[in-house]
Write a new protein. Sequence first.
Length: 242
Amino acid sequence: MGKDGPGESASGRDLNQEKFYGRRKGRPLRTRRQKLLEDFLPRIEIPVPIPAPFDPFELFSNSKRKISVEIGFGGGEHLAWQAAENPDVGFIGAEPFISGVASCLAHISDKKLENVRIYPDDGRHLLAALPEASIDRVFVLHPDPWRKRRHWERRLIGPHGLDAIARVLKDDGELRVATDHAGYQVWMLRWLQNDERFFWNAKSADDWRVRPADWPETRYEAKAIREGRIPIRLSYQRVARY
């Protein structure tokens, strides 16, 4: 498998030029969360646009042996939980929706976490800026399913997104994905099962039906279950390049 330059997928598509289609703003923020955006975010923020060259290990004052990335962290519950449980790992979260960023900042502040950095923009740009084979784990949990057929090419778990994820993951690194959207479940499995760069770690049905102990439930997942949607949780390993 040949090496791709920063920002470029194996198909030659420049991820830095990808147009963002989702929401960036919601309801007005409460006073505390607005203050966190103004005062706390600048201390842990990765600049937009990301400067080049970009070394993720330099983001953390204490050198971290491993780095994990979550693309589209929603309210930040999962990201903050993982960071609290793994203080020796550096965590980078990307989320363009400003209310989600503010929610995540509250979790980070309340837990007094020092091993989280935030990129408050399109996660594809973060993936494009990361060096090849630099990341130990990538989380893509309940991404936008883009329900209309004409929008399916925007799905992160697809040919271009998987190019980017395969590029930044270390050999034997882990990709964790989840969705409660039935159509996206089929789509994810189709692309991942046909991608020779990823190996499915499942040994039984429980591996995708039962939430592992180190995979905390988010509010989004809980809501999906209450409404009768059954999520699947998939774990894939990055196959060695050579």
